[in-house]
Design a binder for this molecule. Structure first.
Ligand code: NAP
Length: 483
């Protein structure tokens, strides 16, 4: 057997080997060792933070279009390797090859979008009340920024944190999720190949408990961007706030899709199956509660169960597979646990609810796509994030009840409605408590050109992506000038 490839950390422009490693294994086939990653330490984080601080002066003073030129190069390098990067992503995260290719392309587009921002980054120029006085506000970089990433979008999330931070003139510490560090590593490799100066980008893989904590505590760090679970996010918030750091948190969801009586049935079923099952339900914007008006309920459930039963589960690299594995054993156990909880709560498992471990699925973490009916919104299956291919169906007597069920949650990431009634659409847009709203589309599947993020318990701080991303990664300097 050939030796596993090793992936070192990247600190101050050098690839840093040595010390312990940890394994990155394919969740579809545990025999497939994707790579060995250097296990970073708190001391590595401190060295990276010092290097980033040293690099800040020249990087932040570089004209923004010149920084943009580096980002365009990163995008070109990634694009040249699109297929191999997507294949690696499927091996490390489990999502299907087409999903992985779409995500990699999105990372490329994100780098190009923010590269372009280098030439556009505007401020505010307004007329003064005083004759002969000019006044304006211009953006300035913050300094060293720490970015802590989850495993479910192992390329796009690191990209949508890194590209805006760099174009705004910051220097960065990147921590990938331990479950899927390779896709982020490839972005760092592209930054290195693009010639981004030493110390501007640093990559430290390792445990959240050590590396993640140190990335908040390191003295030069001025801001922390985190995507992941509420539990970890809230802990980080407390630590970062004690140091008065700027912090941005994107966390969990329990996203509703409302299906009204007048929805086009096939389209509504398609949107809900897509949003709840694709990427194995492991999207923060996945629909996990579908709230269905009584008149369409029976038809909707029958058609959804039929569509879900037809989904092909397997290794995401195999032709025709639509649903890959859970990321790891612990997520697989959570998927099963919530089906058991739902049964105990009196619900009906219409399909799925089982671990799949026979034949070609024996070496992976596969879960049968699941639809659960008889759910009420007070049950745990309707209130807690599962993060698997598990859909809870709730019946509502009318639109008003559907809205109150949809909003009765601590979360507020994404929400969707399926209807042909324009008045209802606008009522939904205005009154739903969510940061991302879709109409007659899946609740998941957003684009990079607009702000991304939630409200209520799902998020904290300025939004990511689109022009709004620069608000987190820059500060304003306001100037009054009399020539
Ligand atoms: P997680 O367990 O919270 O981990 C996220 C990151 O935090 C990982 O890099 C992890 O490192 C690190 N970490 C863990 N403990 C830490 C600590 N004490 N201090 C600092 N960092 C620490 O989340 P996950 O399982 O990777 O991701 C799934 C969750 O992310 C779900 O709840 C999902 O909804 C959420 N999510 C939200 C969005 C959004 O935009 N709202 C997007 C995607 C995912 P290790 O990997 O080394 O443990």
């Amino acid at each position: 057997m050939s030796e596993a490839k090793r992936f070192p950390n990247y600190i101050a422009g050098e690839w840093v080997e040595g010390g312990q490693t940890f394994e990155n294994r394919n969740p579809a086939n545990q025999d497939d060792l994707v790579g060995l990653f250097s296990k970073g330490s708190a001391a590595d984080v401190l060295r990276a933070a010092d290097a980033a601080e040293a690099a800040f002066a020249s990087w932040s003073k570089m004209p923004a279009p010149a920084r943009g030129a580096f980002l365009f190069k990163v995008a070109d390098i990634l694009e040249k390797n699109l297929d191999s990067l997507a294949k690696e992503m499927t091996r490390e995260e489990g999502k299907t090859f087409p999903e992985a290719k779409g995500e990699t392309m999105r990372s490329i587009n994100i780098f190009r979008y923010f590269a372009g921002e280098g030439s556009r980054m505007g401020g505010h120029l307004v007329p003064s009340e005083r004759p002969g006085v000019f006044m304006w506000a211009q953006r300035k970089a913050i300094g060293v920024v720490s970015q802590i990433n989850p495993w479910n979008f192992p390329s796009a999330i690191p990209a949508w944190k890194l590209a805006p931070a760099l174009i705004a003139g910051n220097t960065v510490l990147v921590k990938p999720a331990s479950a899927a560090p390779l896709s982020a590593w490839r972005i760092i490799e592209a930054c290195h190949q693009a010639g981004i100066p030493k110390g501007v980008v640093n990559f430290i893989a390792g445990s959240g408990g050590e590396v993640g904590k140190a990335m908040v505590d390191a003295e030069p760090v001025k801001a922390v961007s985190f995507t992941g679970s509420c539990e970890v996010g809230h802990g980080l918030h407390a630590r970062a706030s004690a140091r008065r750091l700027r912090i941005q948190l994107e966390m969990g969801g329990k996203n509703p899709t409302i299906v009204l009586n007048d929805a086009i049935l096939a389209d509504a079923v398609g949107a809900v199956v897509n949003a709840s099952m694709f990427s194995t339900g492991q999207k923060c914007t996945a629909t996990s509660r579908v709230i269905v008006e009584a008149g369409i309920y029976d038809d909707f459930v029958a058609a959804t169960v039929k569509a879900v039963k037809a989904l092909k589960v397997g290794d995401g690299l195999a032709d025709g597979v639509q649903i890959g594995p859970a990321i790891d054993k612990s997520q697989l156990d959570i998927d099963l646990k919530y089906c058991e909880i739902a049964k105990e709560e009196g619900c009906t498992i219409e399909c799925g609810g089982r671990i799949l471990n026979e034949g070609p699925l024996a070496k992976g973490f596969f879960f049968e796509p699941t639809v659960i009916t008889g759910v009420t919104n007070s049950m745990r299956i309707a209130r807690e994030e599962v993060f698997g291919p598990v859909l809870a169906v709730i019946k509502a007597k009318d639109f008003d009840e559907a809205m109150s069920i949809a909003n009765d949650t601590e979360f507020g990431l994404s929400a969707s409605i399926q209807t042909q009634n324009t008045a209802r659409v606008f009522e939904f847009i205005n009154n739903i408590e969510a940061g991302l709203v879709t109409v007659n589309l899946p609740s998941a599947g957003v684009e990079y050109q607009l702000p991304f993020g939630g409200t209520k318990g799902s998020s904290f701080g300025p939004k990511e992506q689109g022009p709004a991303a620069l608000d987190f990664y820059s500060d304003w300097k306001t100037i009054y000038l009399k020539p």
